[in-house]
Design a protein around this ligand. Structure first.
Ligand code: HEM
Length: 379
């Protein structure tokens, strides 16, 4: 068989080819540079967030989360009663049991900060669904967040940076931030009216951001969730305020007497309720669904426990739950990923780092008390 003639392409233009290759390399490098934020230094990137969290923490804490650094791991399960299936087809809402790994924490970037450094406590959970999906959530003990947008949160962090002269945040800067951002009022008012709980076990934890729930007939509704404790709320005591580190010992003691329980309450929005603004609560009259019971049985240390290598990214969701249009969610996802990347890298490079810090914690406690106390680190 004869081959078709190959057309004569003429002399090869080497400079043209090199120019094309050079252009491709430039476009790729430009893409990387843009993604890294080098071309747009004013753009709010995950690295700007994480670098600023590190500055607010005052000194490096390698291997630890860049926010909510002080915490402990917990394990248990979620018993679904089937009621959540009315709003979501996620299999976690079918009747039955789902294993859960979690983490209690206190906001701020210092793993040795006193428990009294913030009025907020947090609970993060990873539900391991039987079909391989996961539902990860990070919840705080306030029903609203201080700020509406990632940019505002960044400005709040800047206002909370320690003053080089005192090593502490400048209260005047925080005051000026709050005055310039009246969206923070519902959060400030809520915190004033609700003293911190005496225990991690008797606080309610709120997902705060809205999510989109889709049921088995493809109807989608906006939903917020909260874990409401069976243990009755009690405010922090004067003795606890003076002790400064009491939350972990209190939890261990309670768990020795048996598991601790919370109810998963789903609040269903009505059309027109804001889904993109975590500073605003929905009216108290909204439908609430008790979807089942979270049961926590064991606690272990965050230095080598089951939650250490989990990134509680709130956008990791099972089919039937999706992110809303709340701008905080994408910013959270990006910032948590970079915090996770830095701390796990440090973990690998310096495996002894956690051990040293843990041993040094008691001695460093007093020093730690002057750091991570920024009122602005309530995420
Ligand atoms: C733009 C807004 C926010 C930013 C930049 C931010 C940033 C961060 C970062 C960097 C971490 C450490 C993540 C890790 O290393 O695993 C963290 C942890 C956490 N954040 Fe946020 N956050 C934001 C908003 C929120 C909101 C609205 C909530 C509450 C609903 C929240 C709750 C939590 C919780 C519970 C943790 C601890 C997770 C754990 O225990 O591992 N954050 N945040």
């Amino acid at each position: 068989m004869t081959q078709p003639p190959v057309p004569n392409s003429g002399p090869v233009c080497v400079p043209c080819r090199l120019a094309v290759i050079g252009a491709v390399v430039l476009v790729l490098a430009g893409g990387f540079a843009y993604t890294a934020g080098w071309l747009t230094p004013a753009r709010l990137t995950a690295s700007r967030f994480i670098n600023t969290f590190e500055t607010v923490a005052g000194q490096p804490h390698p291997g630890y989360r860049r926010n909510h650094a002080k915490g402990l791991c917990v394990e248990g399960y979620f018993d679904s009663n089937g009621n959540g299936a009315a709003v979501s087809r996620a299999t976690v809402f079918a009747p039955g049991r789902t294993p859960v790994t979690g983490r209690f924490a206190v906001p701020g970037g210092n793993p040795s900060a006193p428990d009294t450094s913030s009025p907020v406590r947090s609970l993060a959970l990873q539900f391991q669904l039987a079909n391989g999906e996961q539902w990860r959530t990070g919840m705080n003990s306030t029903p609203v967040f201080a700020v509406h947008t990632p940019e505002q949160f960044y400005q709040q962090l800047l206002a909370a940076r320690p003053d080089p002269a005192t090593g502490k945040p400048d209260p005047a800067k925080l005051k000026a931030f709050y005055a310039a951002n009246p969206e923070t009022l519902p959060f400030q008012n809520w915190v004033k009216a609700h003293p911190p709980s005496s225990s991690l076990a008797n606080a309610a934890y709120y997902g705060i951001n809205a999510f989109r729930f889709t049921d088995s007939s493809n109807t989608t509704r906006a939903v917020r969730w909260a874990m409401v404790p069976e243990t009755p709320y009690a405010p922090i005591t004067d003795a606890q305020k003076a002790a400064k580190n009491f939350l972990e010992a209190d939890l261990d003691q309670r768990l020795q007497s048996g598991p601790l329980r919370w109810h998963l309450l789903l609040t269903v929005a009505q059309p027109g309720d804001p889904t993109d603004d975590a500073t605003l609560q929905w009216p108290a009259t909204r439908q609430q669904i008790d979807a089942g019971t979270l049961v926590l049985e064991h606690a272990n240390s965050q230095e080598d426990g089951t939650c250490r290598d989990i990134n509680f990214d709130p956008t990791i969701l099972p089919a039937g739950i999706a992110p809303s249009d709340d701008p905080l969610l994408a910013a959270r996802s990006a910032a948590y990923a970079l915090s996770f990347q830095r701390r796990t890298r440090e973990e690998t490079l310096h495996p002894a780092v956690h051990q040293k810090l843990t041993q040094g914690q008691t001695a460093g406690q007093t020093q730690g008390q002057t750091q991570g106390q920024a009122q602005g680190d309530h995420s």
